[in-house]
Design a protein around this ligand. Structure first.
Ligand code: ZN
Length: 314
């Protein structure tokens, strides 16, 4: 038997057919065409599912869709999603009416946590926190073997934990959320700001110009012991360590998993977080949990979405 995982983004739909034991068997990606409206996006999702499950559709147990934004998972409705044309759109119904397969929609960060639980580093755990460091910062929490979503299903917005009330303005309107300090976009922003003052640095050389700096250039420059890169990484890892200490104090997890594009930096990112986190932890929490890099990398979105189908149909 198989599952379908749909990683729905503003620019691309990535869909995979997944075996519970073997992981992804086949995958495809096509443009979302978000500008053409909700029905067209649903049509495109159906198109990808038909392409990858050719001849196997009758053996597909469930379809999971990982979507950004605010999700009513009980009814499969996307209330609102940035960069997607959904306003209270019955996405699960649109797919299941056409394909006659149970369909579930989950917030993409929660789906990431479920993916780590079923396929990744968190297999067998009952208590863990998952963070995705991308353009923004998303989070998912499993506690006592249950995905924590809260009264309205919008809980675990870990990216908007405030670690510096006087810090930079966040997209959410607050100041000093970890997203406003340590997302990939803001990592690049610190590097640009510091480079205006200290332009003779390795980050600018690697990027070509200040305007072209991305978060990856910061970690590439860090490998070469660049002073500005060290300052940037110090700033973001301090914010992440504070946030992770908060999560540990609240949830007492066995593991904190760091994923998303920026986690590809590996130990360059995780080592300073591990060193700093003890500064912010109560003594009884020190060494009580592991901080791990996501093991799913490029396929985290598809595997997470298929894991959401498994979790919500259990
Ligand atoms: Zn915020």
């Amino acid at each position: 038997m198989y599952l379908i995982g749909v990683d729905l983004g503003g620019t691309e739909i990535k869909t995979g057919i997944v075996s519970k034991d073997k992981g992804i068997i086949n995958k495809v990606s096509i443009p979302t065409e978000a500008n053409l409206g909700a029905e067209k996006v649903a049509e495109n999702i159906i198109k990808t599912i038909k392409i990858i499950s050719e001849g196997k559709l009758d053996r597909v147990e469930g379809i999971g869709i990982g979507s950004p934004g605010s999700i009513d998972r009980d009814h499969g409705i996307v209330r609102y999603a940035p960069n997607l044309p959904f306003h209270n759109f019955e996405l699960a119904k649109a797919i299941s009416d056409e394909l006659k397969i149970p369909t579930f929609v989950e917030n993409d960060a929660n789906a990431f946590a479920l993916g780590e639980w079923y396929f990744g580093s968190a297999q067998g755990l009952k208590h863990f926190v998952a963070l995705t460091l991308g353009t923004g910062i998303g989070g998912g929490v499993v506690s006592h073997g249950i995905l924590i979503t809260g009264k309205d299903g919008i809980g675990a917005e870990l990216g908007h934990v405030i670690v510096d009330p006087d810090g930079p303005l966040c997209g959410c309107g607050s100041r000093g959320c970890i997203e406003a300090i340590a997302s990939a976009r803001n990592t690049a922003r610190w590097a640009k700001e510091f480079s205006i003052k200290i332009p003779d640095n390795m980050i600018v050389k690697l990027a070509g110009s200040i305007d072209e700096i991305e978060s990856k250039h910061v970690f590439m420059a860090l490998e070469k012991n660049d002073f500005v890169a060290k300052m940037v990484v110090d700033k973001i890892t301090d914010a992440l360590a504070k946030a992770i200490a908060n999560f540990a104090h609240i949830f007492n997890p066995e593991m904190v998993i760091v994923g998303g594009g920026m986690s590809k930096a590996g130990d360059a990112l995780l080592k300073p977080i591990k060193e700093k986190v003890d500064l912010y932890l109560m003594p009884s929490f020190r060494n009580s949990f592991k901080i791990m890099q996501s093991s799913l990398v490029e396929d985290a979105g598809i595997l997470g979405a298929s894991a959401a189908a498994m979790y919500h149909s259990r």
